[in-house]
Design a protein around this ligand. Structure first.
Ligand SMILES: Nc1ncnc2c1ncn2[C@@H]1O[C@H](COP(=O)(O)OP(=O)(O)O)[C@@H](O)[C@H]1O
Ligand SMILES: [Mg+2]
Length: 364
C-alpha cells in the first residue's frame, strides 16, 4: 500500500537520484541519512500541530481535522453542521503491541441524546466512512429517518459502533506514520437536509431523475478565495442569479474564516505540503452544503488541491478538473467558468421560511 503512494515514490526517486553515483555501501549509508532527515523534518512539523481549543491561540493544525474546523467556524461565526464527540481513538493504544489498525474491529460509540430525534452520521476527525462516498449515500432513505441508526454505524450486542471499513482503516495507517501521540475523535453529526439538484437519469434504471445535494468546494490559495466549484459534478448547478448569490455567501463565510486565521496566526497545514508550498501560506479547501433556504453551512475543511488536471495528492478539483487553474466559479465541468461573485452576507428569509427549512433537522 505504502509503495504505491505517489509521495513515497517521489521520496524514493529522490534518494535514488541523490545516491546514484555512490558505491553500494556508501549508497546505503547516505540513503539512510536522507530518509532520516526527511522523517525528522516531517515529525518536527507534525509535532507542532495543535488540536482542540489550543488552535485559537495560533499555530498549525491538521487541515483534515473536522474538530479543528468546527472550533474555528464557531469562533468566526460561520454556521456549520453540528458535531458531537462520541468516541476517541488513541493512536498509541492502536499501535501498542504491534496491533495492526487495518485489523481493528468496529469502534463502540456513545451517541448523544439528539440521535434519538434526528437522523445522523458517524465519522472520524479526518475522514468519513466509505458508505458516505457511495454515490447512493444521499438517498439512504432507511438511515435518514429520525432516530434510526446513524449512517456509518452498526449495532453490535445492543451498542452502536462505527463501522471499521477499508477507507477508515487505510486512513489510520497514514496516521500511524505521522501522529503516534494523536487522539482521534469520532463524531456524530445530525443529517442536514440540503437544497437538491435534479438531474435526468436513464429511464431504463427505473427512475426519471436523480437528486444530489447542492454542495460547494472553495479553493483557498495563498490566503485568497481563488475559486469556488459546485461539489458534485454529476449534478451541475444552473448558472442563475440565485445560485451565484449562494456562491457569494459561500465566499463571504470563507473570508470570515480567513480573517480569523490571519488575525490569530492559525494555519491549516499537512506534512505533504513540504517541498510543494511556502510553509506559511494559507492553502486549503473547504466544503459547504446548502440548506433548503439557501444558507450555506460548513461541512468540512480539507487539504489544498495541487493541480486541477493531475491531482497528485490532495482535494478533488471538482468542476475545475482538467482546467488550468482554480480561478472563478465553476458550476459544471463542461461549461465555462464564470467570474467569482462578490462576497455577500446571507440575507435571512422570513421567520416562516426559516422554520420550514429547519423541519428536517436541528439548525446548524
Ligand atoms: N451531516 C450531514 N448531513 C448531510 N449530508 C452529509 C452529512 N455528512 C456527510 N454528508 C454527505 O456525505 C458526503 C461526504 O461526507 P464528508 O463528511 O464530507 O466526509 P468525506 O468527504 O471524508 O467522505 C458529503 O459531501 C455530503 O454529501
Ligand atoms: Mg467531504
Amino acid at each position: 500500500m505504502w509503495s504505491n503512494d505517489a509521495y513515497v515514490q517521489m521520496a524514493a526517486a529522490r534518494v535514488r537520484q541523490m545516491t546514484s553515483n555512490l558505491p553500494m555501501a556508501e549508497k546505503m549509508r547516505r540513503g539512510q541519512e536522507i530518509l532520516e532527515e526527511a522523517f525528522k523534518e516531517i515529525e518536527e512539523c507534525v509535532l507542532s500541530f495543535k488540536a482542540g481549543y489550543d488552535i485559537l491561540e495560533g499555530g498549525r493544525f491538521d487541515t483534515l481535522s473536522l474538530g479543528c474546523w468546527g472550533i474555528l467556524a464557531a469562533e468566526a461565526g460561520v454556521p456549520a453542521v453540528p458535531q458531537h464527540i462520541v468516541a476517541v481513538l488513541r493512536m498509541g493504544d492502536i499501535i501498542k503491541d504491534g496491533l495492526n489498525p487495518a485489523k481493528m474491529g468496529p469502534i463502540p460509540v456513545e451517541l448523544p441524546q439528539e440521535a434519538e430525534r434526528y437522523a445522523g452520521v458517524l465519522r472520524l476527525d479526518h475522514i468519513g466512512p466509505e458508505v458516505l462516498k457511495d454515490s447512493y449515500s444521499t438517498r439512504f432513505t432507511d438511515r435518514l429517518q429520525p432516530g434510526s441508526l446513524p449512517v456509518g454505524a452498526e449495532m453490535i450486542d445492543g451498542t452502536p459502533h462505527l463501522v471499521f471499513d477499508e477507507r477508515i482503516a487505510s486512513s489510520l495507517l497514514t496516521y500511524v506514520g505521522h501522529a503516534k501521540s494523536a487522539s482521534i475523535p469520532v463524531f456524530w453529526r445530525p443529517w442536514v437536509h440540503s437544497m437538491q439538484i435534479e438531474v435526468p437519469r436513464p429511464s431504463y434504471m427505473g427512475r426519471q431523475t436523480d437528486s444530489w445535494p447542492l454542495e460547494w468546494r472553495v479553493f483557498v490559495q495563498a490566503g485568497e478565495v481563488a475559486g469556488i466549484s459546485a461539489y458534485y459534478f454529476q449534478a451541475p448547478a444552473p448558472n442563475t442569479p440565485e445560485i451565484r448569490e449562494i456562491a457569494g455567501v459561500v465566499r463571504h463565510e470563507t473570508e470570515k474564516l480567513l480573517d480569523l486565521l490571519r488575525a490569530r496566526g492559525i494555519q491549516p497545514w499537512h506534512p505533504r505540503y513540504i517541498g510543494q508550498l511556502d510553509n506559511d501560506r494559507l492553502d486549503f479547501t473547504i466544503d459547504f452544503l446548502t440548506l433548503p433556504n439557501g444558507r450555506p453551512v460548513l461541512l468540512e475543511g480539507g487539504p489544498t488541491c495541487f493541480s486541477p488536471s493531475i491531482p497528485m495528492w490532495g482535494a478533488h478539483p471538482c468542476c475545475f478538473i482538467g482546467r488550468e487553474d482554480f480561478r472563478g466559479l465553476a458550476l459544471a465541468k463542461d461549461r465555462p467558468v464564470v467570474p467569482l461573485p462578490e462576497a455577500r452576507p446571507f440575507a435571512a428569509a422570513s421567520p416562516a421560511e426559516e422554520e420550514q427549512a429547519e423541519e428536517g433537522g436541528p439548525s446548524p
